[in-house]
Design a protein around this ligand. Structure first.
Ligand code: GLN
Length: 476
């Protein structure tokens, strides 16, 4: 049986009924890794011994006749910017090459309590800065659908692992699209929860007012199950939201009648790939046939989202990355005095893109430029937020492309950072607004590349997003 392409909920049934064992399932994943990992490069660290130990313990529990939880024994992968106690967490950076966190990120701590089988830590763009996973200091990750193409980024390793049968589900992080865009490029489901829904404690900070951890899965049902386990208030993250949590699996009802879905006209612009545009418009028709009402809406400040994001995110990144000074965290490169030591450390151990962001961020924050750049960006952020608030007065959800194109070729954009940044045009607005969004697969291009679309919801309304996504999935 081909276990490594099944969903967590299918595998859960097979495990509980003893048709398969957790060790067999883990071994199935590792044999896929043996076959494809040298090409795909989804992982930075593989934790095989621990994985088999966990799987064995789950099997013992089943053989004692005990019930297992939904994710127990299910192979998963975790992005390497999420702290895992005792397991290297490098952020794909040389500066954290040997960093072994002494604690768990809350999201992983909660998930781990469910006993999934951790297969390993996945590759990313260094410190999650990028959209192709080509900025990793270790190796590039390739798209399992076409090895000449990128898997997207920055959670490219997580998306490629799930798409390539090297994990059943994964955790990613999304600051400006890093869960949704790779999910779209790799033909899997990726959810960025509402800002504050999932604790950021132990997620290595990139843009603290934007970052969120979320699930990357094979289908919407698994996405709801994983979200159930990682969401919730955490006193270690003062920005996490303290409200009652719904059971997200209750959203798995195929019904979009009475839902009003908006198509933002600013998201169907010149430059968007025609196959992407057609499949998103087709998705709108499918929703309409299923009983939803589709209306055109306007989010007038969309065109400023990229410039706003690329000031705020680097400004926060420059501040967050100050801690890598060769003293408190990470690697050190010696020098004759402390200033030279810090300079050498940061010059040698940070990659090009990270340095570019530090420069942009510190420039935007410096006296004399602060008002013109950073403060201005904050004001525009408010306008972008207001666009969504106004739109959501009359609609329930927004339907839009996830990315303007399907997966692009390896190396195609590395020499032109601006071109790479423009890829984020449809994903960054909701990070700026703090809203939840899912990307789900909707079609394949003529070249057999996956296309995804995005459903954006009101703050804390992941339920409606999951319900509509589930309905589409059941009817596509
Ligand atoms: N591509 C965007 C960036 O480089 C988003 C990255 C992310 O969401 N972590 O900032």
């Amino acid at each position: 049986m081909n276990l490594n392409t099944k969903t967590a909920h299918e595998l859960h049934k097979l495990l509980q009924s003893k048709e398969i064992s957790a060790v067999e399932l883990a071994e199935n994943i590792f044999s896929q890794i043996d076959k494809t990992e040298t090409e795909i490069g989804a992982y930075l660290t593989i934790t095989k011994d621990n994985a088999l130990k966990t799987a064995k313990a789950v099997d013992e529990k089943i053989s004692r006749g005990e019930k297992i939880s939904a994710l127990e024994g299910i192979p998963c992968a975790v992005k390497d910017n999420i702290c895992t106690q005792g397991i290297k967490t490098t952020c794909a950076s040389k500066i954290l090459e040997n960093f072994i966190p002494p604690y768990n990120a809350t999201a992983w701590q909660k998930l781990q309590a469910e006993n999934p089988v951790l297969i390993g830590k996945t590759n990313l763009d260094e410190f999650a800065m990028g959209g192709s996973t080509e900025n990793s200091a270790y190796h590039v990750t390739k798209n399992p659908h076409d090895l000449n193409r990128v898997p997207g980024g920055s959670s490219g390793g997580s998306a490629a692992a799930v798409a390539g049968g090297e994990a059943i589900f994964a955790l990613g992080s999304d600051t400006g699209g890093s869960i949704r865009q790779p999910a779209s490029f790799c033909g899997v489901v990726g959810l960025k929860p509402t800002y504050g829904r999932v604790s950021r404690y132990g997620l290595v900070a990139y843009g603290s007012s934007l970052d969120q951890i979320g699930p990357i899965t094979r289908d919407v049902a698994d996405c709801a199950t994983v979200l159930n386990e990682i969401a919730g208030f955490d006193e270690m993250d003062s920005t996490s939201v303290n409200t009652e949590l719904p059971d997200f699996t209750k959203a798995l009802v195929a019904d979009v009648k009475n839902l009003k879905i908006g198509l933002p006209k600013e998201y169907f612009i010149k430059g968007i790939d025609s196959e992407v545009e057609n499949s998103v418009r087709n998705a709108a028709k499918i929703f309409e046939n299923l009983g939803a009402e589709i209306v055109e809406i306007s989010l007038p400040h969309t065109e400023y989202a990229i410039s706003t994001y690329y000031l705020i995110a680097p400004a926060e990144a420059a501040t967050n990355l100050e801690r890598y000074d060769g003293v408190s965290y990470g690697e050190r490169v010696d020098g004759v005095d402390v200033v030279e030591m810090m300079t050498n450390t940061r010059t040698e151990k940070f990659g090009e893109e990270v340095k570019r962001r530090i420069l942009i961020g510190n420039y935007a924050l410096s006296a004399g430029y602060y008002d013109a750049y950073y403060l201005k960006a904050l004001k525009v952020r408010t306008l972008i937020q207001k666009d969504f608030t106004d739109a959501f007065k009359t609609i329930d959800l927004i339907l839009a492309p996830t990315a303007p194109t399907p997966a692009f070729k390896l190396g195609e954009m590395t020499s032109d950072p601006l071109k790479m940044y423009l890829q984020d045009v449809f994903t960054v607005p909701l990070n700026l607004a703090g809203l939840p969004g899912i990307s789900i697969p909707c079609a394949m291009t003529q070249n057999n590349l996956p296309i995804g679309f995005q459903l954006i919801g009101k703050a804390l309304d992941e339920m409606t997003i999951l319900k509509a996504a589930y309905t589409f999935e059941q009817n596509n």
